[in-house]
Design a binder for this molecule. Structure first.
Ligand SMILES: Cc1cc2nc3c(=O)[nH]c(=O)nc-3n(C[C@H](O)[C@H](O)[C@H](O)COP(=O)(O)OP(=O)(O)OC[C@H]3O[C@@H](n4cnc5c(N)ncnc54)[C@H](O)[C@@H]3O)c2cc1C
Length: 265
């Protein structure tokens, strides 16, 4: 079985982020890391392989990322967790790509790779659109099982079975392979790369791909090919100091009044 995991490099979730004058995220203003939510997808791929006989049984995990040169650092992190190889789509014309272009590029790479199972995170922690997996599914006409809190692959039956976790409850889902599965953060606890894993990752192959390799014209992507444009932006207002209730015998009713005013009770 060939598993492909889509991973994105994002600015560190804890760092203060800035928008550049061109109205895009200033990616140089913060440290770049592997999207936290994609670590769960890498971990789940490793667990699926381990549960099905390991690499000895012929199963492989390939990471796929579209991003600038330094996105390779995120790929190395995934490789040090245990993935076997990586594909890096890097092309100057991709700068400013919106979700439609990003999904197009990733879909073309997936079409070339022909994996049995595609795993992704639920969202990137920077743009947070949560649309890329559905867009890929639509483009490739593959089933998409979203919000998976449990994933089991039945190789002999050629299907993937998931538990879809929603606010309303848990739904049992299944789809024939190949399929796309989006995992939630409750699904597992991603492993820390071991020293051996970090050393091994240095020798694992990262294959570079350009737009030409994928048969995509430069004007179909990037800022010029984007269907959406950031017209304006404003910083969220700073938080106020809040309301302090001092107990002078009537704090209980003051709290109730406050909550009622805010329509919280
Ligand atoms: C007008 C406009 C301009 C933009 N300009 C830029 C820009 O200049 N530079 C820039 O970097 N972004 C830019 N973006 C943001 C960019 O379009 C999104 O980052 C991209 O579409 C992916 O969406 P997302 O991050 O919300 O992914 P989501 O849909 O939230 O991601 C879900 C999952 O899809 C997978 N995934 C998402 N992106 C990738 C990827 N690149 N590689 C591999 N897997 C992935 C991951 O598994 C992730 O967990 C721009 C957006 C708009 C609307």
């Amino acid at each position: 079985m060939k598993i492909l995991v889509c991973v994105k490099q994002v600015p560190d979730s804890w760092a203060e982020k800035k928008l550049s004058p061109a109205k895009v995220l200033d990616r140089e203003s913060a440290d770049a890391v592997l999207n936290d939510l994609d670590e769960y997808a890498v971990e789940e791929a490793l667990r699926i392989v381990e549960a099905n006989g390991g690499a000895e049984a012929g199963h492989t995990i390939t990471l796929l990322s579209m991003g600038p040169e330094r996105a390779q650092e995120a790929l190395r992190k995934g490789l040090s967790m245990g993935a076997d190889a990586a594909l890096h789509i890097h092309d100057g014309a991709l700068a400013g790509s919106d979700a439609l272009s990003t999904s197009r590029v990733l879909a073309e790479a997936i079409k070339k790779e022909q994996p049995d199972l595609i795993l992704t995170g639920t969202e990137s922690t920077d743009a947070r659109m949560s649309v890329i997996p559905s867009m890929i599914s639509e483009r490739l006409e593959l089933p998409h099982l979203s919000f998976a809190g449990d994933v089991q692959v039945d190789i002999s039956a050629g299907k993937v079975v998931t538990k879809r976790m929603t606010d309303e409850g848990v739904e049992a889902m299944e789809a024939p392979l190949p399929a796309i599965v989006t995992v939630i953060e409750k699904i597992n606890e991603p492993r820390y790369p071991s020293f051996k894993g970090i050393m091994a990752a240095k020798k694992k192959p990262i294959t570079q791909m350009s737009l030409a390799d994928l048969g995509i014209a430069p004007n179909e992507v990037g800022t010029g090919g984007a269907w959406s444009e950031v017209k304006d932006f404003a910083l969220a207002p700073a938080r106020g100091a809040g309301v302090k209730v001092v107990d002078e015998g009537s704090a209980g009713s003051a709290l109730v009044e406050f909550l009622a005013e805010k329509r919280l009770i």
